[in-house]
Design a protein around this ligand. Sequence first.
Ligand code: ADP
Length: 619
Amino acid sequence: MLKQRPFLIETLTAIGLIAAPFVLPLLGFAPNTVNRILVWGLFGLGFDILFGFTGLLSFGQSAFYGTGGFVAAYLLTQAGFPYVLLALVIGMIAAAATGYLIGLIALRRTGIYFAMITVAIAEVFFFVEFNPLSDYTGGENGLPGVPTPSFNLGFTTLHFTTGWSLYQFLALCYFIGVVIALRIVRSPVGAIFSAIRDNPLRATAVGHNIHGYKLAAFVIAAAYAGFAGGLLGVLQAFMPPDAFTFDTSGQLVMQTAIGGRGTLFGPLVGAAVWLSLQDFLQATLGLGAAWKLVLGIVFVLLVCFLRRGIVGGLVDLYGLLTGQRRKAPDESAAQDDAVAAEAPPARQTAAAPMPARQRAGADPSGPILQAKGLTKRYGGLVANSNIDFTVNHGELRGIIGPNGAGKSTFFKMLTCEVHPTSGSIMFEGRDITGMNVTDVCQLGLTKSYQVNQLFAGLTVRENLVIAALSALRGKFKLDLFRSIDSIPGLSEQVQHTLELVNLAARPDTPVSELAYGEKRRLEIGLALATSPSLLLLDEPLAGMSPRERVETVKLLKSISQGRTMIIIDHDMDALFELAERVTVLQEGRVLVEGTPEEIKNNSTVQEAYLGGVHGELAA
Ligand code: ADP
């Protein structure tokens, strides 16, 4: 929705804001209600980037709303600062700086613990506002007398006082807020935010510093909150202490859920529903405090029946009416077969092998990877014991071993997903023992997972974009206002990968609609799109039908050109066909290593591992 035509959403927003003073009074909206909706909408733009796009549910946004609001109000009422707009910007900066510090603490935890920390911190802010800082904040009285903005243009002075006059100023602020938010969600950073929401583990593994990006989302949300908090003071000519209460944070979350998270406009629509219901039920019907009961029922019904909120529901309806609807699952399964039948075999793809990363000074003839004495203990259990392992540049190595032999643990150690209890790992001549998975991916070593780790809410192309961005931009870059389409080499790299993994016919298909074999290929594609110089594949053929296996073996052969790969798989026929050398693991140790012929004919392997099938394999 957000990427359709350039400036379409911006233009529609501008038209809506210009039309609102003419249309909304006809629907019974008072100007003050509309102004309050705009302030909540602006507050919610940042929150939606944090919650809807990055998946971080904070219940502590009141801390930043209050901070921005009180800093601006203090400057304008107590410190004699005359410039309203500048005071609002200073309040916003103060809130963003506070957000940075709070984010450093809160983002150390995820999920419910993160949410709880934000609640606790907001409570601390509420307490501080009332007690130690009451000389500055007015305590429970708040700060009255916040002025409205006026701008001296030389020949005339523009005053924005109350009602529709103040609306013009607030609408302009909201419009600028929308333009900035749209730039952010369309930037590479915005794409990575969505990846973090869908699968933080994989976002880390494809080489993004997700902690840095989460912190960025947190600061952005705090900045929006701070500016909106300042506007609240301007709107009411008074900065109320309840900006800091938990109710404020809770109302923001509920309004966003009602309006639709991940839509940017959801919080605005949610605020419109909330405030108009409040006006109608409280004032018109005279329900008093009982209006919240009705609101609660409306909330439950909306969240149950419109899971993507009002804006999300409207977008889906628009898709239905214009024929752009997403396919039903059974329909897509039927089409999957058709596409699979039409898709060219992997060997016939036109894609040239994608260049792997080359580290300056790396010797392309020697070993690319050397592990010495790698041991991993889980309590009393030794998953890997004293493994020595060397792979040369350009080699295609296979690893086999029975279940529980320690193969996956070995891969996890090589990619630094888990750290060895003892031993060392050298990659391209550099000691990577103890490094993290993101840095190792940035150096050119990554893996595809045994169990798919995809970005489930994104399309095939968007998945590959996330991985390719890490190769092209490094692990952290705040290019917040750059269009993702303007990154040199990105579309070529994504297209190459699509062709290599035989998904070029399905780039815009959401992951949830892919057939299993396609998901497996995308899993490999994610690792491949990071341009690794050493690619590890953990059971790439797992769960595939015999036909899919044949196709995937062809595909792996084409991928291996110009690249070093290590493959774990249980399908020995496939592995013996692919690999130049094979390492056999058993009970966490290297049992034997050799060419496929040597392994097939090795009596220890036949006895210890291949058992009854060795005759067939050796034949
Ligand atoms: P394979 O991939 O060859 O099937 P794994 O590496 O998954 O083997 O597991 C090797 C052994 O290590 C198994 O006994 C498994 O139960 C144990 N193991 C793996 N991961 C953990 C973990 N996180 N905690 C405890 N034990 C583990």
